[in-house]
Design a protein around this ligand. Structure first.
Ligand code: SF4
Length: 377
């Protein structure tokens, strides 16, 4: 288990909603942003006074959303100052800001760099304008190129691009050209996510009307294999099913999620896991602000995990990592839940493989990671 401690800050605003997106968010308004900032400061102060955060320096801070960069660099800097007032922050803390490429320029990025931000994560999604239009993602691919150049000018060396595959109208060739364009930009980290159709999204509505817009799972497997081939050939390591990094640029904060590290999530809908307890904030900005206005934490769900449940989560998330998990952990989990035959079958079906007392997904297993996880849950 991982003893590192991280902080996630959910900035619940975007300028508009992309067709595939099911995250909790509100459309950005200046006044709403200021009210949110006041509530977030209160939440930081309430947690700073709690025993669970005492003597635990932050190893990572992650601004996610939503689109954190719809807030001004000044507002993000104020949040970071409030974090430093409330928590000990490690000298080499990884501080990531997610950014929409069209929302940033050199002055803002320079200000974030001066404030101590160490890593930028741009939601590029695709390097083809027609594909962006079809998923309702605002902005153009030229914005991504300009944002990466601006980030470098501002002094950032740790840059991630989020990409998606299986988009309506996307072909294997166009996906490969997207990957190639991102390699040319020399991003140090690439996240490649298979598009999924989430209930309640505009995409789900479009797919009901026009089923051919649904992602083709066979093509997505080919795209996943192409990503692995192309990216590993130019020096990226696939360290998690959806994540590739140049050596030394793995995302420390996201590794917390896959290695049972402890993290606090602040902001509406944010999730936390601290000392074996999972808890989550209410996914409603007004209710979030109202609770904090009364001096209460806006926590809605809370569950204390048993030792068996903690091990189960360590197995399920750990198998997403290239290095896998200790075989001993998998065997204990199998005994806890009566899954011994399932584990044997996963091995004989060549979905799991073992080396040096560690078990991991085989190349075949990585293509079916979700169904392997379901069998072990
Ligand atoms: S920018 Fe990101 S968070 Fe905002 S709607 Fe699009 S996918 Fe969702």
């Amino acid at each position: 288990m991982n003893a590192a401690f991280g902080l996630y800050l959910h900035i619940p605003f975007c300028r508009q909603r992309c067709h595939f997106c099911a995250f909790y968010l509100e459309l950005h308004r200046d006044a709403a942003a200021e009210n949110f900032l006041r509530a977030l400061h209160t939440e930081l102060r309430l947690y700073a006074a709690k025993k669970m955060t005492a003597g635990r320096p932050l190893r990572s801070v992650y601004f996610g959303g939503g689109t954190p960069t719809v807030l001004s660099a000044g507002q993000l800097t104020r949040i970071l100052s409030a974090v430093r007032e409330s928590f000990d922050v490690d000298r080499d803390c990884e501080i990531t800001v997610e950014a929409h490429p069209a929302t940033v320029g050199v002055p803002d990025l320079s200000a974030l760099r001066r404030a101590g931000v160490t890593r930028l994560s741009f939601g590029a999604e695709s390097m083809h304008d027609d594909e962006l239009v079809r998923i309702g993602r605002p902005g153009a691919t030229a914005d991504t190129v300009e944002a990466v150049v601006a980030a470098r000018t501002a002094g950032f060396t740790n840059i991630n691009l989020d990409l998606m595959y299986g988009l309506p109208g996307q072909t294997l060739e166009s996906w490969q050209r997207t990957l190639s364009a991102c390699c040319d930009l020399s991003a140090t980290h690439l996240s490649c996510y298979a598009l999924t159709v989430e209930d309640g999204t505009r995409l789900a509505h479009d797919v009901r009307r026009e089923p051919s817009r649904a992602p083709d799972e066979v093509l997505q497997v080919e795209m996943d294999q192409a990503a692995r081939r192309m990216l590993t050939a130019v020096g990226y390591a696939r360290y998690e099913i959806s994540n590739y990094a140049k050596p030394g640029f793995e995302c420390r904060h996201n590794l917390l999620y896959w290695t049972q590290g402890h993290y606090l999530g602040l902001g509406p809908s944010a999730q936390s896991f601290v000392d074996g307890v999972r808890f989550g904030n209410i996914a409603n900005l007004a209710a979030y602000e109202s609770a904090l206005g009364e001096g209460r934490l806006p926590v809605q769900d809370r569950s204390v995990l048993t030792a068996e449940e903690r091990l189960r989560d360590a197995v399920i998330f750990g198998l997403r990592l290239e290095r896998g998990i200790p075989t001993l952990h998998l065997n204990h989990h199998a005994v806890n839940y009566g899954y011994e035959k399932v584990v044997t079958l996963l091995h004989t079906s060549n979905l799991l493989e073992e080396e040096d007392e560690c078990t991991r997904l085989s190349a075949q297993g990585q293509l079916h990671a979700d169904s392997v996880a379901e069998k072990l849950f």
